[in-house]
Ligand binder design. Sequence first.
Ligand code: G1P
Length: 293
Amino acid sequence: MKRSVTKAIFPVAGLGTRFLPATKSVPKEIMTLVDRPLIQYAIDEARAAGIKEFIFVTSRGKSALEDYFDDAPVLEQELRRKKKKDLLDILKSTTMDSGQIAYIRQHRARGLGHAVACARRLIHNEPFAVILPDDVIAANKPCLEQMVEAYAETEGSMVAAMEVPADRTSSYGILDVEEGEGQTLRVRGMVEKPEPGTAPSNLAVIGRYILSPRVMKHLSGIGEGAGGEIQLTDAIAREVGGDGVHGFRFEGQRYDCGSKAGFLQATVAFGLARDDLRDELSEFLSALSLSTS
Ligand code: G1P
């Protein structure tokens, strides 16, 4: 029987330079969409998909991230004293059992593949998920949960996929897939950040993966790829001729929260999705569009 996916790796070592000066002292993953840090969305999605062990690959300057998952006894005591049950519930939803979390330091920024490989000793002979918290996906059924269900019907590894405009393919891992109409497509090849005009398709890899443990082995054997970094895409590509790779066209709206424009769009969309904010925010947005048109 196929083993279930219970471990997820969260590569959170990046410097977040695109958000300077904010990221000078605040890890990018702690920046908030409305009132929840980016990392909380990733954790919630992982939990919904049945993940039980959360592995963070961090770096220097990310201690705020570790603090975020600790209990906050003083705050809790205060909220209890003031009988703020709703706030206490919110707080509880963010705490994690100590044994559920592991932090591993990536000592040098050598690419996404290298970051994932840093967690190799915590992954045994079992499939594992990778979640890039920059890619926030709003969906009725969380993206990783959709993938876990589809994965049960396939072999090998699976990556989330989405069409991107032709002039954006050089920013992504791009899939070469067999013809097909369904949500799950067999991958024939994949290339990280292809030069403009050379992409095999415009189907991009988005930051959700379910990977065979063999990918960990490939990571230790591959050299530097695009941008002089160890690329996760290159290690997964080695599975194309092995246990196989599938691209999964998820349902939902993806926001690139690694970019300022994407972060702002997500903030507006998540704000409008909230009952407590919708009216005030949409009134403001319509007044704004009237005054700028
Ligand atoms: C990473 C991956 C890339 C993928 C992208 C999705 O790139 O290397 O294959 O398409 O995430 O967001 P990055 O955005 O870290 O450069």
